[in-house]
Design a protein. Structure first.
Length: 640
């Protein structure tokens, strides 16, 4: 068995460059130094690998879950809403072209009766019809052939499918997971496998300017942890009850209250739990009845009401496999961001779409659910149309009054993950209200933590990270330089005018330039006008301690880093440290080594190995704004 990788790597570099003097850099670069690497089992050796190191730098010498509680009639096994498929009511949604059909009376077909005009500014020309004497399918076919009718479809039925001072905060592993026992009798979770919320609260906890409509079974607006955050309308109402057509949206099922608490239970009030956003205003929109059922027309009415009151976000913990053009049109017409549950069938939404999360619309975020060990829940749906994942199993939040008198409980499902992301979106809107729904979605996706178990299962290949997303909205930053050579990277795309190598011109470099390594071309000396890229390492020499100011673009964008076989430079596309395993999960099968450089002592760090252990463990953290050498056995890409 060979010696440990770190010993071999560093000893050979030391032998090659032991006479180098940092304070007197040479003018030439030699990317041909040969270094031998052991594989993790030390039985195979990659011989004479061409390592493009800096020749004048000194180097070092050396699961079972507990019993579920259930509030009211709500099952905690799978707290989401899905299409039941069992409805013979004869209800049909019809949308007609208002320029071709002047009145509803123009739609006259035997056996079909218009029962309600649902037309609105959001959805002009929508009507609810009923059938008699003919089947629903026959009625849909007949009315679809009527001149002036855009489309007709069944009115589908949806059903329920079975560090603040808040004293129960320790139960909320989705907000902070330190590896604690978050519920009596369960195995502790994995530290860090939460939504990275707590550090985000150092940036903002909300100010109450964002409205989140909880489109659900209603909300218990008298709950002590919710009452202060309930939106209040001009007549003292806290929302609307679509089912009973009145302004009393009291929850009579429990699902909506649980989701509302995750979004915006009052934080740091010494009571119960904390929502993601401590001050966001919650609009209760009851579109699902006490039996847990709702027609598409009910959901549409709920969206129309949410739009009328100016909701910025609509939390949608329901869904099913039936495509509704009317529902898609309504969401499209709304300016709000819709955060939608991916579903709890444990199946691919790419094979069997789950709506509304599977609608290909810019203002929808589809959310999967994760466990406390950072794995996808076995019941959560997944697929490329599912944008990201968030904690969704054994989630503690507000509930209706239980027989014990308690008003909190645990529930499972993508509903809970959805509510958590809705709360995160609220804090992002609080920070920058000029962002579009698509920009918020891209922001949450691009700043998700890469998680190997989620790679290929959701579009972001990871779990949401609120702190990183909020930090990215800061438009200014600095890179600290130390005397000697610095291996640096830029964590976000820079604003136009400050996105070139000219930002390093003020550095006292003793005549030395900014250098980059391009695989397979080798070393490149950057001109002042050359653009800087994220996820790329740059070598910069300074004769003193110095700083470089960074100005980022304000709107988030996704950037792709193409990794080629051999040596590449790399830098984190975020301002928060993550493990090497997470940072490189998109190329998990091909990356081999990651080597950092400590500019404070002018020495290379011990290499990180894919699958390594000890001081070469790939759970070691990769630091933001630091450059790294990345060795890959093949080509791939990383999204940042």
């Amino acid at each position: 068995m060979g010696r440990p990788i770190g010993w071999l790597f560093l000893t050979i570099i030391a032998l090659l460059f032991m006479n180098s003097v940092v304070s007197e850099p040479v003018s030439s670069w030699h990317p041909s130094a040969r270094v031998f690497f052991d594989t993790p089992d030390y039985n195979q050796i990659i011989n004479e690998t061409q390592v493009p190191i800096v020749p004048f730098v000194k180097t070092q010498t050396n699961q079972s879950l507990g019993t579920n509680d259930s509030p009211s009639a709500l099952s905690s096994e799978s707290a989401a809403i899905s299409y039941s498929g069992e409805d013979n009511s004869g209800r049909i949604l019809v949308r007609y072209n208002v320029s071709d059909v002047s009145t509803l009376s123009d739609i006259s077909i035997e056996g079909i009766q218009v029962v309600e005009d649902l037309g609105s500014t959001l959805m002009p020309g929508l009507a609810l019809c009923n059938t008699s004497g003919i089947s629903r399918d026959e009625a849909v076919e007949k009315i679809s052939e009527t001149p002036g009718v855009l489309y007709a479809e069944p009115d589908y039925l949806w059903t329920i499918a079975k560090v603040p001072d808040d004293p129960q905060f320790w139960r909320q592993w989705g907000l902070e997971n330190t590896g604690q026992v978050y519920r009596e009798g369960v195995i502790p979770g994995k530290a860090g496998s939460d939504g990275r919320v707590v550090n985000g609260w150092d940036i903002t906890t909300g100010s109450g300017t964002v409205l989140v409509a909880v489109l659900d079974t209603g909300v218990d607006y008298t709950h002590p942890d919710l009452v202060s955050n309930m939106w209040t309308g001009p007549n003292g109402e806290h929302g609307y009850d679509v089912i009973n057509q009145d302004y009393d949206p009291m929850d009579d099922f429990g699902h909506g209250t649980h989701c509302a608490g995750l979004i915006g239970a009052v934080g740091n009030n010494g009571i119960g739990t904390s929502g993601v956003s401590w001050k966001t205003k919650i609009v209760a929109v009851k579109a699902i009845d006490a039996q847990g059922t709702a027609y598409t027309s009910d959901i549409i009415k709920g969206i129309e009401y949410s739009t009328q009151v100016g909701a910025d976000i609509v939390s949608c913990s329901f869904g099913g496999t039936e495509y509704s053009q009317a529902l898609s049109d309504t969401i499209t017409a709304s300016p709000a961001l819709f955060v939608c549950a991916a579903g709890n069938n444990g199946q691919s939404n790419d094979i069997t779409p789950h709506y509304p999360s599977s609608y290909n619309l810019d203002n929808i975020i589809g959310v999967a659910g994760t466990n406390a060990d950072d794995t996808l829940s076995s019941t959560s749906n997944y697929g490329s149309s599912v944008h990201l994942a968030a904690p969704g199993i054994q989630i503690y939040s507000t509930s209706l009054m239980q027989s014990s008198g308690d008003r909190y409980t645990y529930l499972n499902g993508t509903s809970q993950a959805t509510a958590m992301v809705a709360g995160m979106a609220a804090l992002i809107f609080e920070t920058d209200n000029k962002l579009s729904p698509l920009e918020v979605r891209n922001l949450l996706m691009s700043h998700s933590d890469p998680v190997s178990s989620l790679s290929g299962r959701v579009a972001a290949n990871g779990r949401v990270n609120l702190t990183s997303a909020l930090q990215s909205l800061s438009v200014e930053d600095v890179i600290s330089l130390h005397k000697g050579w610095n291996f640096v990277s830029v964590p976000r795309p820079l604003a136009s005018g400050s996105d070139t190598a000219s930002i390093f011109e003020k550095v006292s470099s003793g005549g030395h330039s900014v250098l980059a390594y391009k695989n397979p071309d080798g070393w490149i000396t950057l001109k002042a006008t050359d653009l800087l890229s994220i996820m790329t390492g740059y070598w910069v020499y300074s004769t003193k301690e110095d700083t470089i100011s960074l100005s980022y673009i304000k709107s988030p964008v996704q950037v792709i880093k193409e990794v080629k076989s051999g040596w590449n430079t790399f830098g984190l596309p975020s301002k928060e440290s993550v493990s090497a395993k997470q940072a490189l999960s998109p190329i998990q099968d091909i990356w081999k080594y990651l080597v950092g450089f400590d500019s404070t002592i002018q020495q290379y760090e011990t290499p990180i190995l894919n699958g390594g252990s000890g001081d070469q463990d790939d759970d070691r953290m990769v630091k933001p704004m630091q450059g790294y050498w990345l060795y890959s056995s093949g080509s791939g890409s990383i999204v940042g």
